[in-house]
Unconditional design. Sequence first.
Length: 81
Amino acid sequence: MKIVFCKFLKKFSEGYKTQFYPGKIGNYIYKNISKLAWKTWINEQTKIINEQQLNMINIQDYQIIEQEMINFLFKNIMLYK
């Protein structure tokens, strides 16, 4: 089991064993976000997609969700792509 200090929960919690999201953001998520925090985000993401009627095939909609994810999980932390 991999334990991370989750920046979202502000405590140590179980993390993922492998990086599942691409790029530098994915690496940051892998190192700093727990499974519980990610599941919380997935629930929020579903609400956003439904409320805004986003299409994840559309690149602009995908970028909206990615920015919402960063805002949700990392609040005021500056991430560099």
